[in-house]
Design a protein around this ligand. Structure first.
Ligand SMILES: [Zn+2]
Length: 498
């Protein structure tokens, strides 16, 4: 796989989830199916788990561009039945493998049924208290959940294989489906073959990203799990992993011949391992460069540029940035989220939300600066060229400048927020109204009326001064006016009838 190909597959992972109909990402389907089996029993023997788990992802074949004509077909009970019918015409072990695959398809449908639509976890879950992140909510949730679900089952999944369907068998099943339902399907072999390859690459690339993240950045995974601590139970209006696992277990009826099936054929076992071993496959994906890509800044940039050409919506571009940020160990999970959105959509208009972004950016710059300073201070003697170029010192100084600039921006946004708060004239209008009421109707007030009017004028003047100072961004005058305004308000309050 050359770099361009590797890039393409990373993108496929990131863009695939754009399909609004998905409920769980592919790794989640595998992990939920596995967890249901580990908890309540697998409907198939260990020799068939590879086909069972791969089958649990296969209804989403063809969705790598975000849509598939076959979505409805593959997500139907009839498709699983058609597969079982075709299986009956096969010899062992192909027969059992195809039956196990059909059980996997049913597991996918059961898992989806617990999480579709608005009440599904991927849709209902909001990160960071619903703060605007600039990321597509559903897609981002799916990817994060995939990473968490893999991490939860890493030890077990590493030992599994994934046995995906081949194009000829797929066509047989599609024809059987048409025979059963009368629903015509175009069986373009080349097209289907391409979809199968993409699906396999998508699942394996995502698994290798998940594996990489879980082994190289446990801290970020911990942060992700904290933010998604409601994954099992679901949000108040979202159905979580527990429900999906329960639904999968409900329909996973063990059948005698599948649970007891053992292939005595050593050749088959070795071939199956070589072709389908998850660890071997995801290690290959790693070696081929899918992840090396994200380690190099140049390639990272070109991936992001490549994405801007291919991906239309700003939120999907943000999502590509998010995928790249996720693999950047220098960023926390929160930084990975917010910086991705900001890179494409800029800051939110709301000043308070903008402030949150700025603070996250400052945090990231500060840790980069500290790292650069440590690198400079601990420069190893053999990096003699740095004595002449001072590039490590320059790097530190540049980061320091950026950090300071960010702090100033934060300061400005703070005063913007303060000014906006002060610009609410409600309370002053209330006071003014109260003063008028007082002067016209109350004897006690009447005697104090001239001074009350004076006090009211003082409030108005202080307020005007405050607005002018805020507009000029003059911190000293803002503070002064704030104080005057406060005092004038206190005086007027004190003069009011109790
Ligand atoms: Zn699905």
């Amino acid at each position: 796989m050359n770099k361009r190909h590797a890039m393409k597959f990373l993108l496929v992972v990131l863009v695939a989830a754009a399909a609004p109909a998905l409920a769980w990402g592919p790794v989640s389907h595998i992990a939920l199916t596995y967890e249901a089996g580990a908890k309540n029993g697998f409907p198939v023997s260990s020799d068939l788990v590879g086909a069972y788990l791969a089958g649990s992802t296969e209804p989403d074949i063809g969705l790598d561009d975000g849509k598939s004509e076959d979505y409805g077909t593959y997500h139907s009970e009839n498709f699983a039945k058609a597969m079982e019918n075709v299986a009956q015409s096969k010899k062992s072990p192909d027969r059992e493998i195809l039956l196990a695959r059909a059980a996997g398809i049913r597991s996918h449908l059961a898992g989806d049924s617990a999480a579709h639509g608005k009440a599904g976890y991927a849709e209902a879950k909001k990160m960071f208290h619903g703060n605007q992140t600039g990321l597509p909510n559903h897609t981002t949730n799916e990817l994060v959940v995939d990473m968490i679900m893999y991490d939860r089952n890493k030890e077990a999944l590493k030992k599994q294989s994934l046995n995906f369907i081949d194009v000829d068998t797929l066509i047989e099943v599609r024809k059987e489906f048409t025979r059963m339902t009368g629903h015509e399907l175009a069986n373009n072999r080349d097209q289907l073959k391409k979809e199968l390859l993409n699906h396999k690459a998508l699942v394996l690339t995502e698994l290798s990203i998940a594996h990489h993240l879980s082994t190289s950045d446990p801290l970020k995974l911990k942060q992700m799990k904290e933010e998604y601590s409601d994954l099992d139970e679901g949000t108040t209006d979202g159905n979580g992993a527990n429900k999906a696992i329960a639904r999968i277990s409900e329909q996973a009826k063990p059948s005698e011949d599948l649970s007891k099936f053992k292939t005595g054929n050593k050749g088959f076992q070795i071939k199956n391992y070589l072709e389908n071993s998850l660890l071997a496959k995801s290690a290959q994906a790693l070696e081929r460069g899918a992840l090396k890509l994200t380690k190099s800044a140049i390639i990272r940039d070109s991936l992001q540029n490549f994405a801007s050409g291919k991906v239309e919506a700003a939120r999907n571009k943000a999502f590509v940035n998010f995928g790249v940020n996720l693999l950047n160990k220098n960023l926390t999970f929160k930084q990975a989220v917010f910086l991705a959105g900001k890179a494409t959509s800029g800051y939110p208009n709301d000043a308070a939300q903008k402030l949150a972004y700025l603070e996250i950016e400052a945090e990231a710059l500060k840790s980069q600066r500290d790292k650069a300073l440590a690198d400079y201070n601990n420069r190893p003697w053999w990096k003699f060229w740095l004595i002449f170029t001072f590039s490590d010192k320059k790097k530190y100084e540049q980061l320091e400048l950026q950090y300071q600039a960010k702090l100033r921006e934060i300061e400005q946004t703070h005063s913007q927020i303060a000014a906006a708060k002060a610009a609410l004239p409600d309370s002053d209008a209330d006071y003014a109204a109260a003063v008028v009421e007082c002067t016209t109707s109350n004897v006690v007030c009447n005697s104090a009326a001239p001074s009350l009017e004076e006090l009211q004028a003082a409030v108005a003047a202080a307020y005007k001064k405050y607005v002018a100072a805020s507009e000029a961004q003059d911190q000293a005058r803002i503070k002064e006016a704030e104080q005057e305004l406060l005092e004038a308000r206190e005086r007027i309050k004190a003069a009011m009838p109790q």
